[in-house]
Design a protein around this ligand. Structure first.
Ligand SMILES: Cc1ncc(COP(=O)(O)O)c(C=O)c1O
Length: 395
């Protein structure tokens, strides 16, 4: 083997604009790069590290499972897979789960399930209503289902069959429903679009419309699920259980784990319709079980909601000072709209000073700390953020 090539980021295919720092270690709310620089992390892998960096619950599940069974092929059941699917059925009321590795793969599964179901149960209907500015992933079908305008010119021709309607507008969904539509797919809160919260009652209205028209309701809870919005699943806020739900991100707390859950009535896949080498992988499934045990432990969601109030208070206190225009979101998926398009400048300055923030829009900062974020970390953010906003506003 050739050892002459020193490790260099140049060999990482460029698919993102990244700062030069190379991360080597994380603990809770903190991340450290190879020079030992500390970062306070309010990105947490884009709402992935639900239990913070390198949590003991995940490390323990990995250690225990790795020495028992890592992988046995998707062609056999394994104990952690069966346990995790059973836990998800109990917690969500959706009795069937397909486990996979990424949110895009989970949504791809939902799209395929809707098409198969439409073929069987709705006279060949195969179209899916999705929403403007939605984000469902980066496979070709999930990019096509997304409503992100930057995706529009890419990788043509797109996968056909997605009808886009404005987000938060139940009447627009109603108008789009006809005999060619098999399903409606929406995020309960649009994450990548900038934490866009629909009007209260929207999810419930979609539930009623889909039930009345005999169309599948599918919620993409890849970002909102597993405690992120202060309830275990965002659909619980309106008691609007979907027929199909996708999870990812926080479910694996940093290991690649995602899921498509569906009601037993609509579980129409037959052997061979869907699968994947790593579907139901024992190691990642064991982590998913440990994460769900942590998130459903007594008091855990109370902490999420208490930290949500605290973080929201920190951001709202900046409104009278003219540093923030408005605050929105739920649980620990919060966003601060800025008075000007300075968000990427704030992110750059913050990174230089050892604070990790995210800017999904030119005038918007999104905050997605660990669900077990420490109050002291929010206090530290409160101390450091105003100076960064002021500096970016001056330049
Ligand atoms: C709502 C939503 N769906 C799907 C995805 C895609 O998930 P993944 O990047 O794991 O494929 C994301 C990722 O940001 C998301 O926020």
């Amino acid at each position: 083997m050739e050892h002459a090539l020193p490790p260099s980021p140049v060999h990482v295919l460029e698919t993102a604009v990244r700062p030069a720092a190379v991360m080597v270690r994380g603990a809770g709310d903190e991340l450290f790069d190879q020079d030992g620089k500390r970062y306070l992390d309010f990105v947490q892998g884009w709402a992935v590290n639900s239990l913070g960096h390198s949590p003991e619950a995940v490390a323990r599940a990995l250690r225990t499972q790795a020495s028992a069974l890592v992988h046995s092929s998707a062609g056999y059941f394994n104990a952690p897979q069966v346990q995790l699917c059973t836990t998800l059925a109990r917690l969500s009321g959706l009795e069937r789960t397909f486990l996979c590795a990424t949110g895009a793969e989970a949504n791809e599964s939902a799209i395929k399930l809707a098409r198969k179901w439409g073929q069987r149960e709705r006279g060949g209907a195969w179209e899916i209503v999705t929403t403007a500015d939605a984000f469902h992933g980066r496979t070709l079908a999930t990019m096509s289902a997304s409503g992100k305008s930057a995706f529009a010119p890419l990788f043509e021709p797109k996968v056909q069959g997605f009808r886009k309607v404005p987000f938060g507008d139940a009447a627009a969904v109603e108008a789009a429903l006809d005999e060619r539509v098999a399903a409606v797919l929406v995020e309960p809160i649009q994450g990548e679009a900038g934490v866009v919260v629909p009007p209260r009652g929207y999810l419930r209205q979609l539930r009623e419309l889909c039930s009345a028209q005999g169309v599948l309701l599918m919620f993409d809870e890849v970002q909102t699920g597993v405690g992120r919005t202060g309830a275990l699943f965002a659909f619980e806020h309106e008691g609007a259980r979907p027929d199909v739900m996708t999870l990812g991100k926080g479910l694996g707390a940093g290991v690649p784990l995602a899921a498509m859950l569906c009601d037993a009535r609509v579980a129409c896949f037959e052997p061979g319709d869907q699968g994947g080498t790593y579907s139901g992988n024992a190691l990642t499934s064991a982590v998913g079980q440990a994460v769900l045990e942590a998130v459903t432990a007594p008091g855990f969601l109370d902490h999420v909601n208490a930290m949500s109030v605290k973080l929201r208070g920190v951001l709202e206190a900046l409104v009278p000072r003219g540093l923030v225009a408005s605050v929105r979101g739920a649980g620990l998926l919060l966003a601060a709209e800025l008075p000007a398009a300075t968000a990427s400048d704030v992110v750059r300055r913050a990174h230089a000073e050892g604070l990790l923030l995210n800017a999904p829009r030119p005038n918007l900062l999104r905050f997605m700390p660990a669900l077990n974020v420490l109050p002291a970390s929010i206090d530290e953010l409160a101390e450091r953020l105003p100076g960064l906003l002021e500096a970016a506003g001056r330049s």
